[in-house]
Design a protein around this ligand. Structure first.
Ligand SMILES: *Cc1c(COP(=O)(O)O)cnc(C)c1O
Length: 420
């Protein structure tokens, strides 16, 4: 039996007991020695997504041509229903897939502001993802509202007292469920209730939780939610995002982009915008069909794995990172920049280090471990539970400690990069 938390055998034993181990082969691996720990930024290509994509390209596009729109036209709502059921704890007809997360944030926040005509402010936190902060700042400027950015703990996430104090007169509270930096998991039911106490609507960004953490949109009372599908859902770069609108708000909330895909009797091409009832009115223009097929494949794969098992593995595999970091990396100047308790974080771990930028670059180029870097000093390690073995994490942390022990990052000159 393995004795020490740092034994490689212990990681192998976790793999031997892992009910999701067979799912690792669902991902396409072209370089077996490359250890990929950036599933929280771009999920791997899966065999299912690739096969689905080839079918859409060869059969539906090349073969069916414009006739294929007969099937494509229903995809945004159909794929939304699958997401709702398997990953979001929502009902059919509450989720639609289309546009980018940023655009969906804009649509949903605009609708919320319009639904609270007397309100004076919108509220978010300073640790929210940049695009969320910018969209809200822009909307506040456009509508003459105060943009209130509450300070969150950079490790532990949103602070309910500070948020409560900022909600006076607010139309909307907009937060991320899992913080993109630290991975801190916010109290969705508690903070949603707090927003409601102040008469504000609550909107959640689920980009880092969908597919990694069970989400119960219905039970938590969330009003609106958005999220991307290219992280844990593995739908590929720029795949369409989703929007959730609680059913009993669908009549009241109107999204601001009046496009023909939301129009009643769309192909009558008639005068005047008269939106369909329900979630379909949140569509704008032609949906990205290739991406939708990949979202569908991604949801089906995660549904087979089971979100509860993905969550259990996500907690265990990030806990292995924390154990190894405590033993090996703390003495080298690293500091855990994520909640220590597994149930308080999503499926990635952030480690802070004064030399994080150079270390992250040397990790990629020299040690062949792919994490990402978030300014000013954090390396994020996101071992997607569907695609990563425990031993991959052990090997990655072992390479990281050897690299820093040897000072290899100090000698490494990375190529110029626009993306970190
Ligand atoms: C990844 C991510 C996004 C991405 O937005 P895009 O419009 O898809 O570029 C937005 N919000 C959060 C919280 C994210 O993690």
């Amino acid at each position: 039996m393995p004795t020490y938390p740092t034994d490689r055998d212990r990681a192998c034993a976790f793999d031997a007991d892992d009910p999701l181990a067979p799912f690792v082969a669902e991902s396409i691996v072209t370089e077996p020695d490359l250890l990929y720990l950036d599933g929280n930024s771009l999920g791997r290509l899966t065999h299912r997504a690739r096969r689905g994509l080839l079918r859409v390209i060869d059969d539906e596009w090349a073969g069916g041509l414009v006739r294929s729109w007969e099937e494509w036209i229903d995809l945004p709502v159909q794929v939304g229903d699958a997401l709702a059921r398997h990953l979001l704890g929502a009902e059919p007809g509450e989720v639609v897939v289309g546009d980018a997360t940023t655009v969906n944030l804009y649509k949903a926040a605009s609708a919320a502001i319009a639904a609270r005509p007397g309100a004076r402010a919108v509220v978010t936190d300073d640790d929210n993802f940049p695009t969320d902060r910018y969209v809200l700042e822009g909307l506040a400027a456009q509508h003459g509202l105060e943009y209130r950015e509450v300070r969150s703990d950079p490790v532990d996430g949103p602070d309910a007292d500070a948020i409560g104090a900022a909600l006076d007169g607010a139309a909307l509270l907009s937060l991320s469920h899992v913080a993109y930096g630290s991975g801190a998991l916010a109290d969705m039911p508690g903070l949603t209730a707090l927003a409601h106490e102040h008469g504000a609507l609550a909107m959640w960004d689920l980009s880092h939780s969908v597919g990694s953490v069970p989400v119960q949109l219905g039970a938590t009372g969330a009003d609106l939610a958005v999220g991307c599908t290219y992280k844990y859902v593995n739908a590929g770069p720029g795949a369409p995002a989703f929007t959730y609108v609680r059913r009993d708000l669908q009549e009241e909330l109107r999204q601001p982009i009046w496009g023909w895909f939301g129009q009643r009797d769309q192909f009558a091409m008639g005068p005047g915008y008269r939106p369909v009832d329900g979630i379909g009115s949140w569509l704008t223009g032609s949906p990205a069909v290739l991406g939708l097929g990949c979202v569908d494949a991604g949801v089906a794969l995660l549904a087979d794995a089971g979100i509860e098992r993905l969550r259990a593995k996500g907690m265990a595999i990030t806990s292995l990172i924390v154990d190894l970091a405590d033993a090996w990396l703390t003495p080298l100047g690293f500091r855990l920049a994520s909640p220590r308790a597994a149930e308080r974080r999503g499926s990635h771990v952030a480690l802070a280090h004064a030399d994080a930028w150079r270390i992250s670059q040397a990790l990629i180029d020299v040690a062949r471990v792919v994490p990402d870097f978030r300014a000013p000093d954090r390396i994020r390690l996101g071992p997607a539970p569907i695609a990563t073995r425990f031993v991959d994490v052990w090997d990655a942390l072992d390479r990281l400690r050897r690299l820093v022990e040897a000072g290899a990052h100090e000698r490494h000159v990375p190529p110029a990069r626009r993306v970190t």
